[in-house]
Structure formats: C-alpha cells, structure tokens
Design a protein around this ligand. Structure first.
Ligand SMILES: [Zn+2]
Ligand SMILES: [Zn+2]
Length: 189
C-alpha cells in the first residue's frame, strides 16, 4: 500500500520574522479545522524588506505575494503568510491583508489588528483568524460579499471586522465548496 498521507495537498502557514511561533501554530490549527486540509507551518519568506517602501514606511503586499507564489513547495495548495509589518497596496492607505484571487498566496498583517492594549489576546486572535479565513477565501476565488456578517465582507475598519461573523454566509459557503471540489478534480503537481 502506498503511503498517501504525505502526498495530500496542504495549506502552508508562513510566518515572517517577528511572529510568535505559538501564534503561527494557533492560526494553523484554526485554518486546518476550518478548511479541512492538512496545514504545515514553515517560514517560506522570513524577511520581507524587499517590499519596503520608504516613502510610505510600509510594505507592498502585492510584491510579497508574488515572491511567496514563486517559493511554493510541491503539493502546497495555498500559502497564508502572517506578518507584523504594516501592509499597503498603492490605492489604499493600508490593508489588513491581500490575496491572489483564485491564486496560491495570501498574507495577513497583525499590525493594525492589535493596536489597542486594552484588548484581550482572544479578541485579537479572533480578528487575525477572521482576516486569515477571509484572505484564504479569495485564493479559493471568493470575492467580497455584501452580507455584513459574512466573513467575505470587505472591512474598512476594525469595527467592521469585529461585527462580522467568523463564518461564510450560505452563498459564499456554496462557492467555497464548489472551488474545493474543482480543486480535488484537478490534481496539482
Ligand atoms: Zn478581501
Ligand atoms: Zn458571503
């Protein structure tokens, strides 16, 4: 009998330098429970200084995503990078994360999710997980959802993040399962 366990597609959680390994582990557990895929933690890209923009004093997330995609190991289905650096895309002042729509890589920044020192660790972790599942949703080709409680709702502020649930709405749930089914028909190499 072939051992197929090591050959299953997996999601990779990739912490950049400065991210607490315990946080990366907790994120990987939550993501694995949510999507039902095996999850590995491995720092694919520790240093993201190449994406630093000195005019903005922020990191260009689109550039980071391209590098992550280039580094994807065999059988890696999706990459979720986690950073404590402040991210931007040129048209916005900042982003909590970015993803390649229907692609392999996404990234979440915890930089603006834990700015209030009064907040419990649990609350901050909830935000990180919501944003992680949101960005991974984009890699499964999900777009923004009008439903304010859906995890695919676009959030302009932390209030929006806190208001939305940690689940996809029924509509997005169907889109996600369709995407997962079509991936399983399409063996990745
Ligand atoms: Zn989004
Ligand atoms: Zn939705």
């Amino acid at each position: 009998m072939n051992n197929t366990i090591g050959k299953l597609p997996f999601i990779l959680v990739s912490p950049t330098e400065g991210i607490d390994p315990a946080l990366a582990e907790n994120i990987s557990e939550a993501v694995g429970d949510f999507f039902g895929y095996p999850v590995k933690v491995s720092p694919l890209l520790q240093n993201i200084d190449f994406a630093f923009n000195s005019d903005r004093n922020q990191y260009n997330s689109t550039i980071i995503l391209a590098s992550l995609a280039d580094l994807a190991p065999e059988r890696c289905l999706k990459i979720l990078a986690i950073t404590d650096k402040d991210l931007f895309i040129p048209i916005l002042t900042h982003v909590y994360g970015e993803a390649q729509l229907n692609g392999i890589a996404c990234i979440v920044s915890i930089n603006r999710l834990n700015t209030d020192l009064q907040l419990s660790k649990k609350k901050v972790f909830e935000r990180i997980i919501k944003e992680s599942i949101h960005e991974l949703g984009h890699t499964f080709n999900l777009r923004h959802c009008k439903d304010h409680s859906c995890i695919m709702h676009y959030c302009r502020s932390l209030d929006d993040v806190d208001l939305k649930s940690n689940q996809y709405c029924r509509y997005c749930e169907v889109l996600l399962s369709d995407a997962i089914i079509s991936l399983s028909r399409d063996p990745i190499s």
